[in-house]
Each structure stands twice: as C-alpha cells, then as structure tokens.
Design a protein around this ligand. Structure first.
Ligand code: SF4
Length: 578
C-alpha cells in the first residue's frame, strides 16, 4: 500500500502529492499522522483563522477495509481553545479518501473568493462557491450532490453560515447526519473561504493474503452483529443514557445547577424511539446503524403548510439542548438540534453557551438590552432558537461574545464560576464524579471521548476505586484511544477491536505490530499532542475548573476542589511531567 499525503494550497491554487511511507509507518494514520502533520505545518503562534493555519484530514490502515473502521480524523489549531483542534467524523469520508488514494490531506492558504475543493482520484480542482455562500449546510450538500461525480463512492463535507461567520464552535457537516462537531473546524473552513470539500475515487485496496483477510473480517463482523457488543447502539442508541444518568444523579440540568432533571422521563431515549424515530442510519462500512433519525413536523409560517424535517439525535444533544436548558419536550429539543444543523453549529457548545447566558440573565449580569429582548429562560425554546441565529449574525457585542464560546463570554460579562468549560471547551453531559472532570481537563481535546472519565466514575460506583487508580485508568484509556483513533475505527466498536483483533487486522493488511508497539505508540501520540498544546500556551497547572462542579452533587457525591487537585498532581507525576 502506497501511503501518500495530498497537499492543497488555496492561495496559490496548487496541489501536489508526496509519498510519506515513513510517516505512516511510525505514526500509523488518523490522529497519529494528524498530530505530526500539524507540527510540520502549523508554526508556533499561528492565528487559527489565518491562511497559514492548516486543516489536516487523515485516515488509517483499517478504513475501507474492515467493518466499523469508518472515521476520519481532523487535526487543526482550534479557534475556540487556541491550541489543539481534533475532531472525528463518520459518514462516507474515510471510504471516499481510501478510494481516491489519499490517506491524508493538508489544506492551507485562503481562496480569493468563496470556493469548494473537488477531489476525484488524483484530480484536484478548486471551484467557485459564490452562489452557495450563505446557504445552510444541508442545502449545500443537496446542491453539490448534483454537481459532483462519484455517486456511492463520494463524500461531501461543508459548512453552514456559522462557519462562514467565524463562530468559534462552528462545525463541518459530513454527508448526512455526521459532523466534525467540536472545537471549531467550521470556522477554520470559513476563514479560508472554503465552503465544502467533495471527495470521490475509484482505486481499490490490495491485501497481501486474501484468505487471512477474509477470516479476520468475518470474525470482526460476527463480533459486531452477532454478539451483544453493539446492540445498545442500534436499539435505542446512546439516548438511553438519559434515564440512566438521571437516576444516578449525573445528568447535568440547567447549567449544572442540578444533576437530575424532574422532567427526564419526557425526554428519554425511549420517548424519542416511541414517538419520533423514523429510521436508523449507518456510516459507510458499518453494519450497526446507530444513527437515530426523528421526524420533526414544523410549519413554514403561521397559517401555512407544514414540512417534515429529519433530525438525528443522540445523548449529547439531548443533554446540551434539553436537560441543560430545562427543555422538557422531545419536540423542543429536536427543534433546537435542527436550528444548530441549519446554522452549522456544534450542538454541545451551543447548548452550554446558552445555559451560561440564561443564568447570567437570571442573575442580572446581562439584561434584555444585551439579549435584544430575546427571553433567555429555561425551557423557552423559541427564545433559544432566536438566540442561536443571533449568535451567528452577531448584531451586537453580546451575541458576538457568545459566538466565541462560554469562557470568553463569561470573561467579558462575569459568571466565570458557572461557565461550564474545561480547557476552554464546553463540557459534555456527565456530572458523574471526579474522573469525568479530570478526564476532560487532561484530555488533549478536552472531550469526554478522550479517556471516558465518566465511565471510570461509574465503574467506581460499583467497585470503589481510589484517586490514584482512577488516574491510572484515565492514562491507560487515553493512550489506547490514541491507537484506536489512528486506525481510525469508531469508538463504539472498542468491544469489537480487542487488542488481539487490532493486531490481527493490522497483520491482514501487512502491518506487523506487537502489543508493546501499540502501547508505546499510544503514549507517543499523547505526548506529541501535549507538546503542541503547551507550545500554543496550554498550561494544565493553571487550567480553570468551574466552581459549579463543586457545588452540585454528582453521581459519586460531592466532588471537592482538593480531590481534583490531588488527581492532577498524581497525573502529572505519572506522565513524567514536572
Ligand atoms: S456505530 Fe454508529 S457512529 Fe459508529 S460507525 Fe456505526 S453507524 Fe457510525
């Protein structure tokens, strides 16, 4: 397998391909290759929204070859946190990149006018996007589907108005219902005048021993569909966790003022499944179908016809735009998810920004003058929908500050103690205990998916664990996910890809790795990411933990600032940092 990187310079309208065998041999693919390319391409102190700031998309050796290896890693400098930007998306993108023969793509520069990139095998063209600039992300996809070749082997990723306007948590929509959601990749696209990227190809993958490949494939496929490993993702999906976390008192409610929501049973996964679910959907190459799609009936305007919109949902949007905003109907949550989709906003950040603003208004830090009369109140769905639009349009200084994230807005207006961010990123939907807080704080992208600290808290509920063991688990999980995200498989398939299965599947495509090789790769990837973060100003010892975490009871009882500091001390020692 020839392992190549495609470079695209939007300013000079040039592209070229380099063989980078050594890079892939040392760093596997996905996030491993992504962080190394970021180090090469992003000089210290680069403005994330400048032409010099790179966008890196990378896949790994299992994409397009084995089931549930469906993700593409995006690596960039985050305009939200000012350091490492890292996001993953499914859909068809990894398959399209594989068919086009590019394991990584680096995009730099800034196009003179709104543009989109079209990659078809080795042909790379920059095309005019003036007519679709300002168009929402979903409609942009529909328009480009008619213009671009490669049906069935093609992926189209694009931004909405939020990315064009430089909202720091704008997302990139990937095909249908998938996203590079977190840390503002959409704004980086927008800063380059880059509306979209369409990829298609006709190449195929050679495997050294077809018999061995089939045997490994069948084993993985069986584990995915004939065992219980992935059942929960297909059935009700991750939204089933609403009732579980509510019962545990770990469901953030009204900006973490509470950890359980009295109306939780009205917004649980079971309600969505019974009343709104119309179909399930899969990323290309996945037999599971965990993407749940609901029908949302809305009126075009008063006294006019209705339309039925399809909206995907799972646990995180139901938390961030539901319990976190006190929204007590599934329809209300779907309406807000749909508004974020149209605008191209990351739903998690959007919800946390709105919950901070609601509390700030309640406490008088801001007034209706700033909100321009929009009623930002718990469960006020229409008001929230208006505020999302205003965040993107930024008609005044207040809405412009919301578009820069909760931490920025709180630094400007007050209420930092309840601006729910860790490492500058709006937090995910878990108030399960100390491991969730520390896990998100030390994770390279400040996501619950870095090391699943929330899962460690839940383990500790069943079998008590001391703080040191929790830290060890965080490190172990973080390192192993570095490898997983280099393959690049869907994190839901961790149960399918045991260490033995990873080694076998790599062997089947001609890559020989031992258990020790993988362990050391995970550690190296993590350290490289941290090197980049520190270079760009991240300082773990100065990182802020919102006081609210210590004021609201979690699933593990009250968490104290001392517990978190103790864990951070142990963490630094175990990572070998001074
Ligand atoms: S489990 Fe879900 S998110 Fe993961 S690859 Fe399959 S459909 Fe996509």
């Amino acid at each position: 397998m020839l392992r190549k990187v495609l470079y695209i310079d939007l300013t000079r309208q040039e592209s070229w391909v380099e063989e980078r065998q050594k890079l892939f041999e040392s760093w596997m693919g996905g996030t491993g290759v992504g962080i190394r390319l970021l180090q090469e391409e992003c000089p210290p102190g680069t403005d994330p929204l400048s032409p010099e700031s790179p966008i890196i998309l990378s896949i790994g050796p299992l994409n397009g070859v084995f089931p549930v290896a469906t993700k593409t890693a995006a690596t960039f400098k985050s305009p939200l946190t000012g350091n490492l930007g890292e996001s993953y998306a499914g859909g068809r993108l990894s398959l399209a990149l594989r068919f086009a023969g590019h394991e990584a793509v680096v995009i730099k520069g800034r196009a003179e006018r709104p543009s989109y990139i079209s990659i078809n095998d080795q042909e790379v063209r920059t095309k005019d996007a003036t007519s679709i600039w300002g168009v929402d992300a979903q409609t942009t996809g529909i328009i480009l589907r008619d213009r671009e070749p490669g049906v069935g082997r093609r992926s189209i990723i694009r931004i909405g108005p939020a990315g064009e306007a430089g909202v720091r948590f704008a997302c990139v929509m990937v095909d249908t219902y998938r996203h590079f959601g977190r840390l503002g990749l959409g704004a980086v696209f927008g800063s380059k005048n880059l509306k979209a990227l369409a990829v298609s190809g006709t190449e195929h993958v050679d495997v050294p021993d077809i018999k061995r490949y089939k045997a490994v494939y069948n084993r993985l496929y069986r584990a995915a569909v004939h065992t219980e490993v992935m059942e929960k993702y297909h059935d009700i999906g991750t939204s089933v966790n609403i009732s579980v976390l509510n019962w545990l008192r770990g469901l953030p409610t009204k900006n973490f003022l509470l950890s359980s929501f009295p109306e939780a049973e009205k917004i649980g996964g079971e309600v969505f499944a019974e009343k709104h679910l119309i179909r399930r959907f899969s990323c290309a190459g996945c037999p599971i179908g965990c993407v749940h799609i609901a029908a949302l009936k809305t009126a075009f305007s008063e006294h006019h016809e209705f339309e039925v919109r399809r909206v995907s949902y799972d646990y995180e949007p139901i938390y961030s735009l539901g319990s976190n905003l006190g929204v007590k109907t599934a329809e209300g949550i779907l309406q807000l998810i749909d508004a974020c989709e149209r605008l191209g906003l990351d739903v998690m950040s959007a919800g946390v920004v709105l919950s901070w603003a609601t509390e700030a208004l309640e406490k008088g830090l801001i007034t209706e003058k700033e909100t321009m009369g929009v009623p930002l109140q718990w469960n006020e769905v229409e008001g929230y929908a208006k505020a999302l639009n205003l965040m993107v349009r930024a008609p005044n200084e207040f809405y412009a500050s919301l578009g820069r994230g909760a931490e920025y807005a709180a630094k400007k207006h007050g209420g930092l103690e309840y601006a729910m961010t860790l490492g500058g990123n709006e937090v995910s939907g878990y108030h399960t205990g100390p491991a969730s807080i520390v896990g998100q704080l030390v994770g390279s992208r400040h996501s619950h998916l870095d090391n699943a600290g929330y899962g460690i808290d839940q383990k500790a509920l069943k079998k008590p664990m001391d703080l040191e063991t929790m830290v060890e688990e965080i490190i172990k999980e973080d390192n192993s996910r570095g490898v997983f995200n280099s393959l690049v498989a869907c994190l839901f398939a961790r149960g399918v890809y045991s260490e033995e299965n990873i080694i076998d599947s790599l062997g089947a495509v001609g890559i020989i790795k031992s258990k020790d090789d993988l362990e050391s790769l995970g550690e190296r990837i993590f350290q490289e990411k941290y090197k980049f973060k520190v270079q760009e100003g991240f300082d773990l010892s100065a990182a802020r933990v919102p006081r609210r975490f210590f004021e609201t009871v979690s699933a593990s009882g009250m968490v104290t600032a001392e517990m978190v500091q103790e864990m951070l001390g142990i963490y630094r020692k175990k990572r070998g940092w001074s």
